[in-house]
Write a protein that binds this ligand. Structure first.
Ligand code: GLC
Length: 692
């Protein structure tokens, strides 16, 4: 590579007609999130990048060609099914390749430290083992199409408020035992070609210029060989190169193109930059050739079978739906139900999806598009419903029933309709988006009041939630049943009806704690929410603006771990989910390295359960951690032996430059959730230390 060629791969643009800086769009670019020129002389392909984790998405919605909308990350995680999540990755990766993209900006896996985070819908869970296992499988599925997947946003991008300047405070140990462990497991399993560094700061340093995150953790300790790309507009200066950043993305969004001529000049004068520049190119080329971008070139116009691909979305939605409550066996609904009233949630039109860079546009566009109320971002942020209407699917399930729909705008009208129905299905929706956090965990637009009024009018009220994060449920005790369907994707309406009528036996388990009260959160007030104006970009209001988020409060005890430490009971705990049959998990044996037990379907119909193995305490101190899980499908009466390997990092503490497993007594238990644990089994472990 000549000196000039060495700064070709190190920066890219956002190839969209956004202002003068991207005109003309290079003729071999594909409208999308990113474009990095190749080097034809050397046979190095250009990088054509598109978002994101839930399907091929066009930020700003500037393209209209449809793609398969997978259910949200939360819904995927609620399946606890790595193979299914990998299948979803295969599908969206194939569509990216067929549209001419060879980089999919996917693998969003930040731990859910705050359930109000606007991007909660996009990510997987609050637990490093569940998140890391699933994101690794998603990435492996995506990259099986000979494209590069990212894993993002590295790291500790736990809120959207002030995302460009919030400074996360966290100890090295706490980070390594939680957020970083999720990335470490995801990288080990999925081998992503690229890590996307985050907007936020960590302990005073911009994540995309953090020597700690990029050079020490990722490249030195984890010996990772791929390349670090920045998030869009996340590069503060040229020095980020020395701190481990390899590629400046969407460079026109930064103060300057640091990684072009400026970098070349620095490399010509300074051996440190010259050495770094060679390593930057080596890393980018490693990712290109390891994934065969040269041998299997992605070209626009490839064949896409959206109908066939939507099957993966449907199965994921079905397995991701969590049955939270089911009193008196109201569910499954009998097909002979005579009079059903369906209320709210645009259920006559479609199912809700999340917004921002992961917003997938279905073929033919959104069934419903509710624009944001003004503000500069309303041009491209809107509440979009995919055209899979639950009402139509419910009617198809119960053709003889009299089924009426009320849009829910007037509780009095809904109550009148609900009064003499056999069953009422009321939808509660909560739209969330990248760039904007939720002020609280209520359902907006008077839906909590609507649900309470309907449930008071008819005890056979079933609530179907389509939310991007956990919600409080002040009406819960008045209802007969509650389903959490999340953002269920391209065929979500069918999935919801299939579970309601029992064609699908629900097997989803919560990948995130539903808190009983905001006061239970480590930070009841979300940092910056009360003081900053809504700003999708998360930019600082002034150069000297300061915002910190103290993650040392909970440290590595995120979610259920925090509740266990504080003795809080959740509204619905991590791992919770009901079934139309029943299961037992018995005979736990473990030596702390392996575990074995038997799962039995003790009910009358086939179904799947998720066996969860928890560390409950260590050395007599409460330390709840998920250390293994397995989703098992069983016929009625069938038993299955299960064995799990326990990753010692889940039992250990990070200290200094390695893991320490303290000698002592370790207590384990199987659980239907983090709060419903079976008999405990203790085992003594010798102490040991090791490095990554
Ligand atoms: C965004 C997001 C990132 C996305 C990128 C490109 O702001 O943070 O997830 O991949 O920009 O659209």
């Amino acid at each position: 590579m000549s000196a000039e060629e060495k700064v070709v791969l190190t920066h890219g643009i956002m190839p969209l007609p956004l202002g003068e800086s991207t005109r003309p769009i290079p003729e071999d670019a594909v409208y999308g999130a990113g474009y990095v020129p190749g080097i034809p002389r050397l046979g190095i392909p250009a990088l054509r990048e598109t978002d994101a984790s839930l399907g091929v998405a066009y930020v700003f919605g500037l393209r209209k060609d449809g793609a398969t909308a997978l259910p949200s990350g939360l819904a995927q995680a609620a399946t606890w099914n790595p193979a299914l999540v990998r299948k979803g990755g295969e599908v969206i990766g194939s569509e990216a390749h067929a549209k001419g993209f060879n980089v999919l900006l996917a693998g969003g896996t930040n731990l859910m430290r705050d359930p109000r985070n606007g991007r909660t819908f996009e990510y997987f869970s609050e637990d490093p083992l569940l998140s890391g296992t699933l994101v690794g499988n998603a990435i492996a599925g995506i990259q099986s199409n000979h494209i590069i997947s990212t894993i993002k946003h590295f790291a500790l991008n736990g809120q959207e408020t002030g995302r460009k300047f919030v400074d996360v405070q966290i100890s090295d140990a706490a980070a390594r035992e939680s957020d970083l462990l999720a990335f470490q497991l995801g990288i080990e399993i999925g081998q992503p070609g690229s890590v996307m560094c985050a907007y936020n700061r960590v302990n005073g340093h911009q994540a995309c210029s953090s020597d700690y995150l990029l050079n020490q953790v990722l490249k030195r300790d984890w010996r990772w060989k791929g390349f670090v790309m920045s998030d869009w507009g996340a590069v503060p200066n040229l020095g980020a190169a020395l701190n481990g950043l390899d590629q400046q993305s969407g460079a026109q969004l930064d103060p300057a193109v640091f990684f072009g001529d400026t970098l070349a000049q620095a490399a010509a004068k300074d051996p440190a930059y010259a050495k770094r520049l060679d390593d930057m190119n080596r890393r980018i080329l490693t990712a290109i050739y390891a994934n065969g971008l040269d041998r299997y070139p992605a070209r626009p116009g490839g064949k896409i079978d959206l109908k066939a691909n939507s099957e993966a979305a449907l199965e994921t939605a079905k397995q991701g739906i969590v049955l939270l409550r089911n009193e008196r066996g109201v569910l499954p609904l009998a097909r002979t139900a005579r009079k059903i009233v369906v209320i709210g949630g645009y259920a006559d039109s479609g199912v809700l999806s999340g917004a921002g860079s992961s917003q997938v546009h279905a073929e033919g566009g959104a069934a419903i598009k509710v624009p944001l109320d003004g503000g500069p971002w309303s041009a491209f942020l809107s509440e979009q419903y995919h055209g899979s209407a639950p009402l139509a699917a419910i009617k198809a399930m119960a053709p003889q029933a009299e089924i009426r729909f009320r849009n829910g705008r007037y509780p009095s009208e809904a109550v009148t309709a609900a009064k003499d129905a056999d069953v009422v299905i009321v939808f509660g929706t909560k739209w969330t988006t990248e760039g904007i956090d939720q002020p609280d965990l209520t359902l907006p637009n008077g839906q909590d009041e609507l649900i309470a009024a309907v449930a008071a009018a008819n005890p056979n009220t079933v609530v179907v939630l389509e939310t991007g994060n956990p919600v409080l449920m002040p009406w819960l005790d008045k209802t007969a049943a509650v389903l959490e369907a999340w953002y269920p994707g391209a065929r979500g309406g069918e999935a919801i009806a299939s579970v309601l009528f029992g064609e699908t036996n629900p097997s989803g388990r919560l990948p995130i704690t539903f808190p009983a009260a905001m006061s239970h959160l480590p930070r009841p007030e979300l940092d910056g929410l009360a003081t900053l104006e809504t700003n999708f970009g998360g930019d600082a209001p002034s150069p000297d603006a300061k915002l910190t988020a103290d993650y040392n409060i909970e440290g590595s005890d995120v979610g259920y771990r925090w509740n266990a430490r504080k003795g809080h009971k959740a509204l619905f705990p991590f791992g919770h989910g009901l079934s139309y049959t029943s299961f037992s998990a018995t005979g736990l044996k473990t030596d702390g390295k392996q575990a074995s037990f038997t799962v039995t379907n003790t009910g009358q119909r086939a179904g799947a359960t998720v066996a969860q193995l928890y560390l409950d305490s260590r050395g007599g101190q409460t330390k709840q951690r998920l250390v293994g899980f397995s989703r098992v499908e069983l016929a009625p009466g069938e038993s299955r032996p299960v064995s799990l390997k326990i990753d010692p990092r889940l039992l250990a503490d990070w200290s200094g430059n390695g893991w320490t497993l303290p000698a002592g007594n370790y207590v384990f238990a199987l659980g239907d959730s983090a709060e419903r644990l079976g008999p405990t089994v203790s085992t003594k472990l010798a102490g040991r230390r090791w490095s990554d």
